[in-house]
Write a protein that binds this ligand. Structure first.
Ligand code: HEC
Length: 181
């Protein structure tokens, strides 16, 4: 009897955690990648002069995905890409200061952390016109708190433009370039 009760209890626990997984909405499947700045590879930097205020974006990819990725191929399951926005350093005239290469100089001020993650089977519940393959998107504050009440629809819509690069603007071109050398 005692064993049966223990079994019932563990089944109940399993059912509860399964329900928790099923109930996760799109962006909540994506966990904040703790310590990405220390453990991921920072693979490119993009200056955005048209933004007000101007920003600099640091892009990071997890090392397992980078190791497994192949040129001109969809990124592997388990890929996590982080886009970390920084404010640019401004001169007295309000224009961004440029380094010797003409690039912006980031301040330590991180404004947003955007994440794109791909896992096997993700996105199956979306209609074909919304779906971005097996990718989900999430938006965090620098401390890892999720941005409240934000729809990720615009992420899906805009990244559709680069469906032929596995829905990534910078990651596919980067992987293809370094793995083809
Ligand atoms: C209007 C178009 C647009 C929207 C909306 C958009 N993105 Fe992007 N995203 C881009 C572009 C373009 C880049 C390349 C960097 C750049 O030029 O800013 C990018 C880059 C990224 C990257 C780095 C990997 C890559 O694809 O190059 C991540 C991560 C990302 N976006 C996440 C998001 C998330 C999360 C959202 C929604 C909250 C979102 N994006 C909404 C256009 C968009």
């Amino acid at each position: 009897m005692a064993r049966q009760r223990a079994l019932c209890r563990s089944l109940a626990v399993a059912a509860t955690s399964l329900a928790a997984v099923v109930a996760l909405a799109g962006p909540e499947k994506v966990a904040f990648p703790e310590n990405y700045a220390g453990t991921f590879v920072r693979y490119t930097t993009v200056d955005k002069p048209e933004r007000d205020p101007p920003i600099i974006r640091f892009m990071y990819i997890n090392t397992d995905a980078l190791a497994a990725a192949q040129p001109n191929e969809p990124l592997p399951h388990g890929t996590v890409v982080v886009m970390e926005d920084h404010e640019a350093e401004l001169a007295d005239d309000g224009k961004p200061v440029r380094d010797t290469n003409g690039r912006f100089i980031p301040t330590d001020e991180i404004t947003n952390v955007f994440v794109q993650e791909k896992q096997q089977g993700w996105g199956a519940e979306y209609p074909e016109e919304k779906r971005n393959g097996e990718w989900e998107y999430a938006w965090f504050q620098p401390d890892g708190t999720r941005q409240a009440d934000q729809s990720m629809d615009s992420c899906f819509e805009c990244h559709q433009q680069v469906a032929d690069q596995d829905f990534t603007f910078t990651t596919w071109p980067f992987v293809t370039r370094i793995k083809s050398e």
